[in-house]
Design a protein around this ligand. Sequence first.
Ligand SMILES: *Cc1c(COP(=O)(O)O)cnc(C)c1O
Length: 406
Amino acid sequence: MPDDHATFPKSGRPKPSLATRLSHAGRAGTHVHGFVNPPVHRGSTVLYPDMATRAAMGNARFEQAMVYGVLGGPTHHALEDVVAEIEGGTRCQIVSSGLAAVTTPLLAYLSAGDHCLMPDAVYGPARGFCDGLLARMGVETTYYDPCIGADALSALFRPNTKVLYTESPGSHTFEVQDVPALAAVAHARGAKVLMDNTWGIHFFQPFLHGVDVSIQALTKYVVGHSDVLLGSMTTNSVEDWEIVRGTTLALGQYASPDDCWLALRGARTMAVRMQRQMQSALTVARWLEGRHEVKQVLYPALPGAPGHEIWKRDFTGACSLFGVVFQPGYSEASVHGMTEALELFGMGASWGGFESLALPTSVTRTAGSGDFGGQLLRLHVGLEDPGDLIADLEAAFPRLQANSVP
Ligand SMILES: *Cc1c(COP(=O)(O)O)cnc(C)c1O
């Protein structure tokens, strides 16, 4: 029986696979009388046994130490240990949303007068943060083609470039980035490599590919049930963790322990959900590929899809979020009509839950990338039977045709 989440796995045995670690990491162990799950620790005040202890806690903000609620408690730290397992990192810091996990490390590594490189396909609110708050603080952002090569990226670097941000694949248009090649350029120039790894989760091990800080919207597959917002930043070194944690605490960022507990519960079943959802997504994607209305399916796991070769090289699997490009000639209104006709795919933002979603995609680009030659629809495949999902799509396709008549 594991006796402490911090010491799992016990020494002397080879590291077990992720599915096993997701079952065993972050448990309560002997701390709560043998109950499997840790309790929810809520709290602001933490009582010190004596003043000497309080004096010794001066540096506690750089430990997973429990001296005041905002620094986190046992429930936060149990989840942080599980997320570090998922990403293969050293340490993790939880924040209140995926977006906070995007903005906090940008604020941690960028100061007035610095320059940041962002992929053109980046998550929309990240673009909004760069163009808004970061610009106001005197940080300049250059957007680059997500499929850029090392030489062209190198030419975009300036002496004051402090951050190379990556998101692979892009969560609306699914460009797979050559992260190891781009990270090598950044490190040669002394810049940090941040990555939004929400799509790849455990299928992309960021620290084996040159990433310094890996961002997760835990809201998506880790929580897995569309009922909690949470984010995480995982690092591969204690030094980077201290920088990220320092900024988290300076901002007063805090996540609810109840939400952390729900994310821990979600993580227990994540490996099996992902396996099933990937298989279902492949089934639905292959069916869509055969439709004459579909120009292209943007799913890196699909042989022949854009980015498939890099995906095969760097990823061990895929999540169940992908895009569809319709043939030119189908109007936006027609795609909206088809989406509204779906009965099992809900229309809504977010993804990674148990339920399927469909959302027409609008593309914002400033670096010239992103001409897909047709309307885009993003699909999230949930835990429903893929045969039922295909039947739902099949029933909605006539709406696309009817609406496309001029
Ligand atoms: C959803 C999402 C986020 C933000 O997560 P929230 O918890 O919704 O704030 C960040 N990055 C990507 C790629 C996302 O899809």
